[in-house]
Write a protein that binds this ligand. Structure first.
Ligand SMILES: [Zn+2]
Length: 189
């Protein structure tokens, strides 16, 4: 049996009921501590590592270790948690460069990759017109700049072709470095 199983605690009770995260059966009551006692008497357990409640029957069937559906469910929960972090990451980056790209917003997910972080701007996106042809080489797109300062995010970002002029890049890099807690170095020649 799983080592991470502990007794049921009051935190497992939500809206005066406790629910088995595998079969969905519930225990209800008017007093949280009574529900907790009853669950423990009935042999319900809390799996703190995976943050789920398991009734006695579901433990017997050892669904939590072997059941493919439980693993898929665990994976979905983990992805939802990743998504919450990614939304916060995007919001912080958008806010940091708001005065440079006023309408920048984050969008999470493509059909291929639900955890891809995409930056969108109507004003700066699709900006082949904004970008002078002869200076193309010096223009850099936003997600490349972010990846440069935050290599941890490499291959997880995209944008709607938000290309930035060298002057805009300097401003954006300054903001990103500030987010990272680095002082802005003089630009390498
Ligand atoms: Zn159950």
């Amino acid at each position: 049996m799983n080592d991470n199983l502990t007794k049921i605690r009051p935190g497992n009770v939500k809206n005066f009921e406790i629910r088995c995260d595998f079969c969905g059966c519930t225990l209800k009551g008017n007093i949280v501590n009574d529900i907790v006692c009853r669950a423990n008497d009935l042999g319900w357990k809390y799996d703190y590592e995976n943050d789920r409640v398991i009734c006695r029957n579901c433990q017997k069937e050892s669904k939590m270790n072997n059941n493919l559906l439980a693993l898929i469910d665990g994976r979905d929960k983990a992805k939802a948690s990743v998504a919450a972090y990614e939304k916060r990451i995007m919001a912080i980056i958008c806010d940091a460069v708001r005065d440079i790209i006023p309408d920048l917003e984050g969008w999470l997910g493509t059909p291929d990759n639900p955890n891809k972080m995409i930056f969108l701007s109507e004003q700066f996106g699709h900006c082949y017109e904004r970008m002078p042809k002869e200076k193309n080489e010096n223009w850099e797109n936003l997600h490349s700049l972010i990846e440069e300062i935050f290599p941890e995010l490499r291959y997880q970002l995209d944008d709607n072709d938000i290309y930035l002029s060298p002057e805009e890049q300097i401003k954006i890099i300054k903001r990103l470095k500030k987010l990272r807690g680095e002082k802005n170095e003089k630009k390498k020649s």
